[in-house]
Design a protein around this ligand. Structure first.
Ligand SMILES: Nc1nc2c(ncn2[C@@H]2O[C@H](COP(=O)(O)OP(=O)(O)OP(=O)(O)O)[C@@H](O)[C@H]2O)c(=O)[nH]1
Ligand SMILES: [Mg+2]
Length: 460
């Protein structure tokens, strides 16, 4: 679609049919006049006022009755003139009403076209459009909050601040070009090198902060331990259903069993895994291998140890939990007494620990409380840095960092007595600014548009 398409579009903006009410939305210059042909009494109605009236086809037959409202651009979602018809959400009703709008000159909207027009008309930047898409997709409370912040411009503002800082550096480097005899002095005056370093540090922190992406896609939690430790029992307790097979036979679970949970508003991808042991069984060995991989990629690891084995830990635990946040649960405390302190040290790192009888439903509350605390901490730890939550954001920051490092090396070479080129410096900085600008769509818009809007569905 070209950036300047101005035809009138029409589509259903509400949930799949049938539904109690369905909203058909029209957008584009002239859409009010088009609507008037299907509802003559709408002609004199003021903007933003609900009007109850029938919608009629070409021949004047009533299709449905409902509420009409129009928004005069630019004070509308898309920034263009917008008309909404709120009718009954029956399939045949909506089909007939849409047909009538199409016959009168509207065209079906493409996926994401309303939001795309809103972006083009400056109603929102690309991060806000993504925030809107995430808000519609949000399944948990924390996802909703993050999406809403982004839709209100929080992430966009961060990127715009970075781009502005970079553009200032560009301006500075360009100023140096104009004073070829004093290039370096001009740059030193502006504390140039320190500013480049600061930005690099900020970008690095943003890259390291995974919590934005995790909030969007889910925190990975892996349950590991020796066979029969109670991993599948805990999985079923957390999911509230018979997700995995539980049996007294060691080696029951041989694959990674994944479940999606909402824990205190955080989206969690829980992985039950095969019990850790050396085995000649090829299938089980592959299961153990996968358990290790899962544990290593997880954000949080729950290690289960049978009270009868306590305090001996499975040897793999040290490797799989290294550098990670996690929890140690000593299970089957109803069968064997065990001395379990509040913390257990694994290879120099302290993990909270508790003893539990997983067959008791009350145990769920204790474990959920620990998990909630851990997830709160994971997010709080990262709250200072920007919450990049899509690969697109990360790629932009990575690219900006590459250009900044190049700029920095030019500077360093000069400090070491090499030849200095303010031209090249300005170019690198400009490219860094461009990478950052792509995220909000403030520069080089076209090539990122398709990527952003392809995830939208029709009517949004
Ligand atoms: N008494 C008691 N039994 C438990 C407890 N936790 C698990 N069990 C029992 O221990 C056996 C093994 O439990 P599972 O949940 O299948 O163990 P697992 O760690 O998934 O085992 P694998 O899949 O073989 O690695 C089952 O018979 C459970 O009912 C507990 O805290 N107390
Ligand atoms: Mg199991």
């Amino acid at each position: 679609m070209s950036l300047t398409a101005k035809h009138i579009i029409a589509a259903v903006a509400t949930a799949p049919l049938p539904s109690g009410v369905a909203v058909i939305r029209l957008s584009g210059s002239g859409c009010k006049a088009l609507a008037d042909t299907l509802c003559p009494s709408f002609t004199k109605v003021k903007t933003r006022v609900m009007h109850y009236a029938p919608i009629k086809d070409e021949a004047g037959n009533v299709i449905d009755e409902g509420l009409w409202v129009w928004f005069k651009g630019p004070n509308s979602f898309t920034g263009e003139d917008v008309v909404e018809f709120h009718g009954h959400g029956g399939r045949a009703v909506v089909q007939a009403a849409l047909e009538a709008f199409y016959k009168a000159g509207a065209k079906p909207a493409e996926p994401g076209e309303y939001t795309r027009r809103a972006f083009i008309n400056g109603k929102m930047d690309l991060t806000q459009a993504e925030g809107l898409a995430d808000l519609i997709e949000a399944k948990t409370e924390q996802q909703r909050q993050q999406a809403l912040r982004q839709m209100n411009g929080e992430l966009g503002t961060t990127f715009e601040t970075w781009r502005t800082e970079l553009m200032h550096l560009v301006a500075h480097a360009e100023a140096a070009i104009d004073f070829p005899d004093e290039e370096l002095d001009v740059l030193q005056e502006g504390n140039f090198a320190a500013k480049v370093d600061d930005l690099l540090e900020t970008f690095k922190k943003a890259q390291q902060n995974q919590s934005g992406q995790r909030l969007r896609e889910g925190f990975e939690v892996a349950i590991i331990g020796k066979p029969n430790a109670g991993k599948s029992t805990l999985t079923n307790l957390l999911t509230g259903k018979e997700t995995a097979i539980v049996s007294p036979i060691a080696g029951t679970t041989r694959d990674v069993v994944e479940s999606h949970l909402d824990i205190a508003g955080y989206p969690v991808i829980l992985a039950d895994t095969a019990g850790l042991r050396l085995t000649d069984d090829v299938i089980e060995a592959e299961g153990v291998n996968r358990a290790g991989k899962r544990a290593k990629q997880a954000d949080y690891v729950i290690l289960l140890v049978d009270a009868a084995d306590w305090p001996t830990l499975p040897p793999e635990a040290t490797e799989f939990m290294a550098g990670k946040h996690g929890l140690v649960v000593v299970t089957k405390i109803d069968e064997t007494k065990a001395d379990v302190q509040n913390f257990v040290n694994i290879n120099g790192q302290d993990y909270p620990s508790l003893a539990a009888d997983l067959t008791q439903p009350e145990t769920l509350d204790t474990i959920l409380a620990e998990l909630t605390k851990a997830l709160d901490n994971l997010v709080a730890e990262a709250s200072e840095a920007a919450h990049l939550n899509r690969q697109r954001h990360r790629d932009a920051v990575a690219s900006a960092m590459t250009h900044l490092l190049q700029a920095k090396s030019l500077f360093d070479q000069t400090a070491a007595g090499g030849h200095f080129s303010a031209d090249m410096l300005a170019q690198d900085l400009r490219e860094a600014a461009q990478s950052i600008g792509q995220v909000t769509g403030r520069t080089d818009v076209e090539d990122v548009l398709d990527l952003v809007f392809s995830t939208f569905c029709i009517g949004k």
